[in-house]
Each structure stands twice: as structure tokens, then as C-alpha cells.
Design a protein around this ligand. Structure first.
Ligand SMILES: [Zn+2]
Length: 118
């Protein structure tokens, strides 16, 4: 172990320790309730950060369950797809029905023309 050659004097100690200072923490005022808050920190009084309710402490905080939200969105997307498919099928059926009625009408017209010619 290193052993100092001489005892450090009182002045040397004092000058060294003159740089030891307590740092005053950076504080700001809460944008929601106006309380003094540590900078870049959620307000301990109201639970707001940058104007948004972030903590359970705030009354209007809504906890988001991200997994549940993702699941619901997937289900919603699936339901939307199914609805679109059903609609497309219905449209195709309608167009088919229209085509068949048109064809039938044309056939009938042709038959009546034939009858009149006879
Ligand atoms: Zn606050």
C-alpha cells in the first residue's frame, strides 16, 4: 500500500476541500399545478409531466394496457376485413342478378319479335 511521505498540512487540506460544494438541484414549476418540481421529472404533487397525466396519482390518468390494445386492434382489423369481403360478395351477386335479368329481358324481346314475324 502506498504510504504518503509527509503529512498534508491544514491549509493544503482546506484548499483541496474548498471545491467540495453542495449542488442546488435544478427545479422548475409544474405546468399543471405550479408546484416546484425537479427538472425532467414527473410532478410529485399532481402526477403530470409535460401537460399529460402520467402517474396513477393524477385523477384523470388512464392506464393503457398495450397488449390488450394491440389484441383489440387486430380483432377489429379482422372484423373489418370480413365485412369488406361480405360486401364484395353481395355486390358480385347483385351484378350477376342484374346480368341475368338483362339477358332474360333480351331473350323475351327476341321471342316476342319472332312471334310477331310469324
Ligand atoms: Zn403538478
Amino acid at each position: 500500500m502506498a504510504v504518503p511521505k509527509k503529512r498534508t498540512g491544514a491549509k493544503a487540506q482546506a484548499t483541496r476541500r474548498s471545491h467540495w460544494k453542495a449542488i442546488k438541484p435544478a427545479t422548475t414549476k409544474c405546468s399543471h399545478c405550479g408546484a416546484t418540481v425537479l427538472a425532467h421529472t414527473v410532478c410529485t404533487e399532481c402526477g403530470y409531466y409535460k401537460g399529460k397525466a402520467v402517474s396513477i396519482k393524477s385523477a384523470d390518468y388512464q392506464q393503457e394496457d398495450t397488449k390488450a390494445a394491440k389484441k383489440t386492434t387486430k380483432k377489429a382489423k379482422k372484423a373489418e376485413k370480413e365485412v369488406v369481403e361480405v360486401k364484395e360478395e353481395a355486390q358480385q351477386e347483385e351484378t350477376k342478378a342484374e346480368e341475368t335479368t338483362e339477358v332474360k329481358a333480351e331473350e323475351q324481346a327476341a321471342e316476342t319479335e319472332n312471334k310477331t314475324e310469324e
